[in-house]
Design a protein around this ligand. Structure first.
Ligand code: NDX
Length: 256
């Protein structure tokens, strides 16, 4: 049966960190080509409806750790911290897989990126799940540790902001519409990438609560992936709407 190989966790986390740096260098200059940054040259046949695409892409991030958790024998009951943290991860991806795609009004998603996105979700789902279920060791009172409690709080706060902002974006369109408007309300009052800000806070909260290399590598990856995207969204809005709120920042309220 499976067991913990610390070398494997270190290797997979390092590759994730390297991928994050690769993304940063690629996407600081040009945005990743989906949504409002898709090149108009892309053939329509190379795309899938947003619903299917997001469902398929995010499913492995839910399924892989959920299966690892369910199939581990003997089940790991101690300490509580591990199961709870694994459930937090699955909870986010339950939302992203089974709820978010069914309400999205996004335009069709490029197949090629879907393929890489899926590979990424398998990879990261395995890394986070494997680490928490086979490797992580916490003292029995981890649930009362300041890292766990403050991290959990940040996670919940970030998730709330992320879900709320996803909702505000969706309400900008009627069903079938694919035009872009100025997002209003919630944290969009302060930043163009409110959904991304929430997601980044969420995964840094998760990293603090788990206090582990894989989780910090993933939080860093998220920052490098959607941080630049928030900046490109911001530039797109400033270019497209002459009446775009001047005081609004790209990603971090009042700062950047
Ligand atoms: N999916 C994470 N890299 C990504 C897919 C793409 O979950 O090859 C990372 C994720 C993947 C990426 C994923 C990993 C890296 C990949 C990349 C593709 C290339 C890249 C694989 C897996 C790669 C290397 C080289 C390293 C291998 O029409 P539309 O779609 O634009 O409509 C949008 C709408 N909307 C508006 N409607 C009206 N008016 C406006 N002004 C509007 N603005 C937007 O709202 C959408 O329907 C919706 C949201 O749009 P947008 O652009 O704000 O968010 P989006 O980027 O689509 O993300 C959706 C949610 C969001 O909450 C975000 O936080 C979360 O997913 N997310 C997204 C990406 C990654 C991620 C989280 C994470 O890293 N944790």
């Amino acid at each position: 049966s499976m067991q913990c190989f610390p070398g494997l966790v270190l290797a997979l986390s390092s590759v994730l960190g390297a991928l994050a740096l690769l993304q940063l260098s690629l996407y600081l200059r040009v945005p990743s080509r989906y949504g409002k940054h898709e090149e108009r040259l892309c053939r329509p046949r190379g795309r899938l409806p947003a619903r299917c695409a997001w469902f398929l892409q995010e499913l492995p991030s839910f399924l892989v750790p959920a299966l690892l958790l369910a199939l581990r024998s003997p089940p790991r009951l101690e300490p509580l911290g591990c199961r709870l943290l694994c459930c937090l991860f699955c909870w986010h991806y339950f939302y992203r897989t089974f709820i978010y795609p069914f309400f999205t009004r996004g335009r069709p998603f490029p197949l090629q990126l879907l393929f890489f996105g899926m590979l990424f979700c398998i990879y990261n789902g395995f890394l986070q799940g494997y680490y928490l279920i086979y490797c992580a060791e916490y003292p029995n009172d981890w649930c009362t540790d300041i890292r766990f409690t403050s991290g959990l709080l940040l996670f919940l706060l970030g998730m709330g902001i992320n879900i709320h902002s996803d909702l505000l974006l969706r309400q900008l369109r009627k069903p079938g519409e694919i035009t872009y408007k100025i997002p209003q309300g919630g944290l969009f009052t302060y930043v163009s990438g409110a959904n991304y800000f929430g997601e980044i806070v969420e995964w840094f909260g998760f990293a603090i609560a788990t206090w582990s290399l894989p989780a910090f590598a993933f939080a860093f990856f998220t920052l490098c992936c959607i941080g630049p995207r928030a900046y490109h969204h911001h530039r797109y809005y400033l270019k497209t709407f002459t009446d775009y709120p001047k005081s609004r920042k790209a990603l971090i309220p009042f700062v950047f």
